[in-house]
Design a protein. Structure first.
Length: 61
């Protein structure tokens, strides 16, 4: 479990740091959950990139 030291009155900033650390931990764990061949890993990465770009394009006014 990640630990964050909270200094005087920095609770919100500490929560943001904790959230960032835990999301990175989850991402790494998901990546190592099972083995993907390099070609399939590249396809998955490309698929995620297209999904992200579609999201970015539709959110702009």
């Amino acid at each position: 479990m990640p630990k964050i030291i909270v200094k005087d009155g920095e609770l919100n900033e500490a929560l943001k740091r904790f959230s960032r650390i835990t999301s990175e931990t989850r991402r790494i764990a998901k990546r190592h959950e099972f083995y993907l061949r390099p070609g399939l890993r590249a396809k998955e990465k490309s698929k995620e990139a297209r999904k992200y770009q579609k999201k970015v394009r539709t959110s702009r006014p």
